[in-house]
Each structure stands twice: as structure tokens, then as C-alpha cells.
Ligand binder design. Structure first.
Ligand SMILES: Nc1nc2c(ncn2[C@@H]2O[C@H](COP(=O)(O)OP(=O)(O)O)[C@@H](O)[C@H]2O)c(=O)[nH]1
Ligand SMILES: [Mg+2]
Length: 201
């Protein structure tokens, strides 16, 4: 039997830490000087989720130029991670106003596993110590998560907080979703075959 493969896609504005989250997960490393992702990158990791699964993680560029291409990358995804920076209200607003509607155009948000990921929690701790607070209110995030039935996560690529948990959980959900799609495909082709064999020409 072939090994299962799933596609998980990361979306969000530039600098929120998408590439850093992936590199923390894949190589357990963090750099404060990452290169800006210009096009799209694909990383893979094998996980044991009750069965061996190859997880393909697609890293995208959060630039305006990329926005028109987004639907192409969303297609075929089994889970989508919407990432924002917990200290940047703009990055959260872009999720709500740009990326979520883009995804809704091409994917069935009722069924597709979606995660909303507030990254850079380490900064919040540092800011709290120096008297500043997060610019994105938890209420805003919960409202959006409820609206699109998303699972909420808070992470830090810098400290590694919740990073493994995020990718394991999203890969597990992606696998469940893929299996329902495969099952539907098989059922449809069985129905088509039985229709063909019963409607002889
Ligand atoms: N403090 C902190 N900085 C982070 C974190 N994740 C990413 N960064 C930094 O934020 C900048 C942008 O990260 P990058 O992964 O390139 O963002 P991307 O454009 O979304 O892929 C880099 O300087 C990273 O080192 C984090 O969890 N905490
Ligand atoms: Mg990047």
C-alpha cells in the first residue's frame, strides 16, 4: 500500500513567521535573519500518525503580488494554516480581509481543516515585561475562528512553543480530511461504473 501524503499550506502576511515555523518544525532551528520568501517553497517531513504519513508543507509569500496566485496554491490543500503576528493588528486584519475570503472562493471552508495561528508569543512576554500589550485582541481572533470553524493556536518559532503540536495536529486533521475526499471519490466512481454497466449501449 502506498504511503499517505498530505498537503498543508501556510498563508499570511510577510514577516509573520511562516518560514520560521516550518524551519523550527523540520530542523528544530531558528534564525532572526530569514530570507523573505519570494515565491513558494515546499518542505516535507515524515510523521507517524497511527500510520506513516508524508506531510508536504507549502510555504507561500505574503506579498501583494502573490495574492492573485493564492487560489492556485490553495487547491489540493488538505489543511490551511493562517498565520499572523500577535503584535501586529495589520497582519491579523489581512487574514480576515484578504486571505480568508480568497480561500473561501476556492475551498469548502465547512469541510477543510483551517487553523488560525498567532505567532511570536515570545514577543508578547517580552512586551508585557516592558509594559506593552498585544495589539490583536483575543476576542477578534475568536470571532474569526468561530466564523470559519478554525482551530486557534498560539506559537513561537523562536522558543518552539506549540510548534510541534501545531503541525502534528494540522497533519492529523489533513489526513482525516484527505480520507473523506478519497472515500467520496471512490464512492462516486463506483456509482459511475455501476451506472455505465447497467446502461448498456
Ligand atoms: N521574536 C520572534 N521572531 C520571529 C518569530 N518567528 C519569526 N520571527 C522573525 O520574524 C521575521 C520574519 O520571519 P519569516 O519566517 O521570514 O516570516 P515569513 O515572511 O512569514 O515567512 C524574521 O526576522 C524571524 O526571525 C517568533 O516566533 N518570535
Ligand atoms: Mg517566508
Amino acid at each position: 500500500m502506498n504511503e499517505e501524503e498530505v498537503k498543508v499550506t501556510m498563508i499570511g502576511s510577510a514577516y509573520v513567521g511562516k518560514t520560521s515555523l516550518i524551519l523550527r518544525f523540520i530542523n528544530n532551528e531558528f534564525s532572526s535573519e530569514t530570507d523573505v520568501t519570494i515565491h513558494i517553497g515546499c518542505y516535507a517531513k515524515n510523521l507517524e500518525l497511527g500510520e506513516p504519513v508524508k506531510v508536504n508543507i507549502f510555504d507561500t509569500a505574503g506579498t501583494e503580488r502573490f495574492q492573485s496566485l493564492a487560489p492556485i496554491y490553495f487547491r489540493g490543500s488538505h489543511a490551511v494554516l493562517f498565520v499572523y503576528d500577535i503584535c501586529s493588528e495589520d497582519s491579523f486584519n489581512q487574514l480576515a480581509k484578504i486571505w480568508v475570503p480568497q480561500l473561501a472562493n476556492v475551498c469548502d471552508l465547512e469541510k477543510m481543516p483551517v487553523f488560525i495561528v498567532g505567532n511570536k508569543t515570545d514577543q508578547l512576554e517580552e512586551n508585557n515585561i516592558s509594559g506593552k500589550i498585544s495589539k490583536v485582541s483575543p476576542g477578534q481572533v475568536t470571532d474569526l475562528a468561530t466564523k470559519i470553524r478554525a482551530i486557534q493556536f498560539e506559537t513561537s518559532a523562536k522558543t518552539g512553543h506549540n510548534v510541534n503540536k501545531l503541525f502534528v495536529e494540522s497533519s492529523r486533521k489533513a489526513l482525516e480530511y484527505k480520507k473523506t475526499i478519497d472515500l467520496n471519490k471512490n464512492t462516486n466512481s463506483l456509482m459511475l461504473n455501476s451506472y455505465r454497466s447497467s446502461s448498456c449501449c
